[in-house]
Design a protein around this ligand. Structure first.
Ligand SMILES: Nc1ncnc2c1ncn2[C@@H]1O[C@H](COP(=O)(O)OP(=O)(O)OP(=O)(O)O)[C@@H](O)[C@H]1O
Length: 258
């Protein structure tokens, strides 16, 4: 079922902060049609990994390939133009603009016509079309003309992903999209991931284990910067190494609280 060539592939990727190996020789492959979750204890290196894949953070060593092309030294903007999309946590939403305007601006930025950013929406047919498509894919089209600051936290998280979709990414890097969500909002987000799966390669960093085990096709487990397992959810659930890593942490926590 899996495609042979990964859309995005990191090999032996490392990032050091001083003497700390925040990400240590991590290899991960993202395939079209798959949700690949990365889980791990606090400080395991998940955000650092996603930051290196998106281009926000330079790797200390290792390589990243997109559709077989080396992109390790590429800027974030260049990666985004070539299909690596990342959702941000509300920081990029213009709260006073409508959902449609937010998505149009994201599409416009990706289309590299910054001089047209402040023109009327109707003047930018292409970006407007992308904005509507993205809102539809995110299930937000009925709220297109609402002000972003007036929608719920969960809808704002969906809007972040819609803004990312407006840039037409092939790879979606999602950093804790379920953070702070209630049960109903979580269900909506999971349904959205199910819809997006077929046309994207999705990397999901998430702490909600129930959600991860429901939606992921493959799970990578990180501990202290290293990958200790990459496998199907069923195999991860029963892995002795994974159990040991988590039990080890809970024992340490118990000891430190004693
Ligand atoms: N800019 C930085 N400078 C120094 N150390 C950093 C920096 N960013 C992250 N670290 C350290 O690198 C390690 C990995 O951090 P990272 O945020 O990637 O972990 P995480 O798995 O995303 O954690 P969490 O689940 O808590 O978000 C941690 O020890 C963190 O303190």
């Amino acid at each position: 079922m899996q495609n042979v060539t990964p859309l995005l592939e990191a090999a032996s990727l490392s990032r050091h902060f001083g003497g700390l190996a925040a990400v240590d020789q991590v290899s991960v492959a993202l395939y079209l049609g798959e949700v690949h979750a990365v889980i791990g204890t606090n400080g395991a290196g998940k955000s650092t990994l996603i930051n290196m894949l998106s281009g926000e953070l330079a790797a200390s060593s290792g390589t990243i390939h997109l559709r077989g092309t080396a992109i390790t030294g590429w800027s974030q903007a260049r990666r985004a133009r070539d299909g690596v999309g990342r959702s941000y946590q509300r920081t990029t939403i213009f709260l006073k603009f409508t959902l449609l305007e937010n998505c149009r601006l994201a599409a416009q930025a990706a289309l590299q016509k910054p001089w047209a950013l402040w023109q009327a929406a109707s003047a930018c047919r292409q970006s407007l079309g992308r904005a509507w498509e993205a809102l539809e894919a995110a299930g937000l089209h009925e709220s297109a003309h609402r002000i972003a600051g007036a929608i719920s936290h969960g809808q704002q998280r969906q809007l972040e992903i819609a803004m990312c979709l407006a840039t037409h990414p092939a790879v979606l890097l999602l950093d804790e999209p379920l953070a702070g969500m209630g049960a109903e909002e979580t269900e909506r987000m999971l349904a959205m991931l199910e819809r997006l799966r077929a046309a994207h390669a999705i990397l999901l960093v998430e702490h909600d284990m129930d959600a991860v085990f429901r939606v992921a096709d493959r799970i990578t487990v990180m501990v202290n910067g290293r990958v200790i397992a990459t496998d199907t959810p069923d195999n991860i659930r029963t892995s002795a190494a994974v159990k040991l890593a988590y039990l080890g942490e809970s024992h340490e926590q118990k000891a430190s609280h004693a």
